[in-house]
Design a protein around this ligand. Structure first.
Ligand code: 3HC
Length: 297
């Protein structure tokens, strides 16, 4: 089957990024949100990102002003689920909440054509648990993108025990057409990246709690000693401490291993409403976003 029309559920950080890369790749994209104000916010982010690509220029991996206009012309926003009826693939990137995701899939299942592939961008929820909310379990997969979606090359293509082989290959090829590098993985909580990344991030917090080094020193050590683009605390603030805390619950619940359990400090920071960059405070204070100041806890 050929994918031409893409639906994206949710126009937050991940959803808007997914809508953007699909539009830049020439697909017709409809993004669904519950209210117009969320679409406006997501589309403003897309506009900013497209402008950065134009600034960079096509010779350095960016795009021309004309390509930006073309991408924009491929994008539509809606608050009406009926507008997704003729999509060939729908990628869900709404809040990480099982009942809300299930409700969304169940309501769309009756609206969208039966050939349409349903994909979830969940980072940790069991994909198999979600497919039960539809009557198309064999047409249900995971497509896990990384933040910031327009820049990060990887997509994890997640197969469940119910996924049809042809559907899987179609989704895999689709990820390539988005300009991404797909990797094959199965529906084991955390897939490949979070299975390895989450224990590393949590260990960085434990190392800090145990006095191994300061936040800046641990960040610098991993950046300069291992060549990582961001140290663990900068990355934690970037991903969101609330998001990471949520993932620890799902992963610890699945594997019952300490390496996936939240360190006390992470829990307390989330309880205090310090979610990282998006809330203005996490392991760093972003009062001046250009000059984050590391905290002492
Ligand atoms: N759209 C388009 N262009 C953008 C952009 C965006 N959203 N954000 C930044 N850029 C451009 C900048 O303008 C700059 O362009 P230039 O080279 O022409 O000046 C270029 O990209 C580089 O940006 P910066 O100089 O600001 O920053 P970096 O060089 O540090 O790159 C980064 C930014 C790609 C985010 C890099 O720091 C990085 O790879 N960090 C790690 C990110 C990561 O690990 N993400 C995965 C998180 S885990 C996850 O998402 C899974 C989930 O399940 C938890």
């Amino acid at each position: 089957m050929e994918i031409k029309k893409v639906g994206v559920l949710g126009c937050g950080l991940m959803g808007s990024g997914i809508a953007q890369v699909a539009a830049m790749a020439g697909f017709d994209v409809t993004a669904l949100e519950v209210e117009q104000k969320y679409l406006d916010k997501g589309f403003a982010g897309i506009e900013k990102s497209l402008a950065k690509f134009v600034e960079r220029g096509p010779e350095k991996g960016g795009i021309t002003a004309q390509q930006k206009d073309e991408a924009r012309a491929h994008l539509k926003g809606t608050t009406n689920k009926q507008d997704l009826a003729d999509c060939d693939i729908i990628i869900e990137a709404i809040i990480e909440n099982v009942p809300q995701k299930k409700e969304m899939y169940t309501s769309l299942d009756g609206i969208v054509k039966k050939e349409c592939i349903f994909a979830t961008n969940t980072s940790s929820i069991c994909v198999t648990e979600l497919l039960g909310a539809t009557k198309r379990p064999e047409r249900f997969i995971g497509l896990h993108f990384f933040n910031p979606v327009p820049l990060m090359k990887l997509v994890e293509v997640v197969r469940t025990i119910a996924t049809d082989g042809e559907v899987y290959e179609t989704a895999y090829e689709f990820a390539k057409k988005l300009g991404k590098v797909p990797v094959r993985t199965s529906d084991k909580t955390g897939f490949i990246v979070n299975r390895l990344l989450v224990p590393y991030l949590l260990d960085a917090i434990r190392a800090y709690e145990e006095g191994v080094g300061s936040i800046e020193d641990i960040d610098n050590a991993m950046k300069l000693g291992c060549g990582y683009p961001m140290g663990p605390f900068t990355l934690l603030d970037f991903v969101g401490l609330d998001t990471t805390y949520y993932i620890t619950h799902v992963m610890h619940d699945e594997f019952k291993e300490r390496r996936f359990a939240s360190p006390p400090l992470l829990k307390r920071m989330v309880m205090a409403g310090w979610y990282g960059r998006k809330s203005g405070k996490g392991f760093y204070d972003y009062a001046d976003p250009a000059k984050p100041v590391a905290g002492r806890f």
